[in-house]
Design a protein around this ligand. Structure first.
Ligand SMILES: [Zn+2]
Ligand SMILES: [Zn+2]
Ligand SMILES: [Zn+2]
Ligand SMILES: [Zn+2]
Length: 276
């Protein structure tokens, strides 16, 4: 029986339990002291395989037979794909089967495992390391690209703010021009009316003077200005413009502001290759 962990490193003899097991039986996988070796191999000296304790890790341990519990398998049945002991070899259940030396199989298996390990070490592991490096650099790239994207949106926000400022500035300038025109027109109109009023007042004074004058000529040269003074200038009509804000259509603004495109997240089979 194989032991696990620290128990495997102990040097307790499995027969007398003394802490001086210097020997090892590769057939039974048991630790033995020199004294107990004799009794251990007594019943079948050829079967047991005694080596020094320190050599036990270099000693081949054959597999136990599944059918004959006290036997080890020196052969391998090709047809049954299983290790077989000497009893199996001559039994009916393996009649006319082909047997291979288990040590040859062992050697070949080790070669295969060694090749597999070489492949793991020289091809598969470096491939993974390369892929991880690539993904790590892509991770940084993604972060950078998002930073740029957000920067671009921020720039766009500033452009739009500036655009709104420019539009409002231009509209206000336009409105101020309108205001100037209307105020000027009103002032001019008022001035015209005031001038006419003055003319009316002057006519009244002139007329009174004529009325009170004893001079006949004055009355004879009198001209009636009333018809022209009764003709009022055209009435100035002014309409002050008003600002009519339009409904804010968010969908339309979004379309005009810009759209986010090209987002995807998916998995591609066969996207990674073995390093050559
Ligand atoms: Zn012993
Ligand atoms: Zn033994
Ligand atoms: Zn057997
Ligand atoms: Zn067989």
């Amino acid at each position: 029986m194989a032991h696990k962990g620290s128990k495997d490193d102990s040097t307790l003899c499995q027969i007398c339990n003394n802490d001086n097991a210097e020997m090892f039986c590769a057939f039974c996988e048991s630790k033995l002291c020199k004294i107990c070796v004799g009794s251990h191999i007594a019943e079948d000296p050829q079967k047991h395989k005694i080596v020094k304790h320190q050599d036990r890790k270099r000693t081949v341990v054959l597999p136990k037979c599944a059918s004959h519990l006290n036997e080890r398998c020196e052969n391998f049945c090709k047809e049954c794909d299983t290790p077989v002991c000497s009893y199996c070899v001559s039994s009916d259940s393996h009649e006319r089967h082909k047997f291979l030396n288990i040590l040859d199989i062992f050697k070949k298996k080790k070669e295969i495992i060694s090749n597999d390990t070489d492949e793991l070490e020289q091809v598969i592991m470096p491939s993974y390391e390369g892929i991880i490096k690539q993904v790590e650099s892509e991770e940084k790239k993604v972060e950078k690209e998002f930073e740029t994207l957000l920067d671009n949106m921020e720039k766009r926000r500033k452009v739009w703010h500036q655009e709104i400022d420019d539009i409002v500035d231009a509209m206000k300038k336009n409105v101020c021009d309108m205001k100037m025109k209307q105020i000027t027109a009103q002032k001019e109109h008022l001035q015209t009316l005031k001038t006419l009023l003055t003319e009316v007042q002057e006519s009244i004074l002139l007329n009174r003077n004529i009325i009170e004058s004893p001079n006949v000529s004055n009355s004879l040269t009198y001209t009636n200005k009333n018809p022209s003074l009764k003709r009022f200038p055209s009435k100035l009509e002014i309409s002050v413009p008003c600002f009519q804000p339009q409904e804010i259509k968010r969908e339309m603004i979004l379309q005009m502001f810009g759209i986010i495109t090209g987002f995807s997240i998916s998995e591609k089979e066969g996207g990674y290759m073995l390093k050559k």
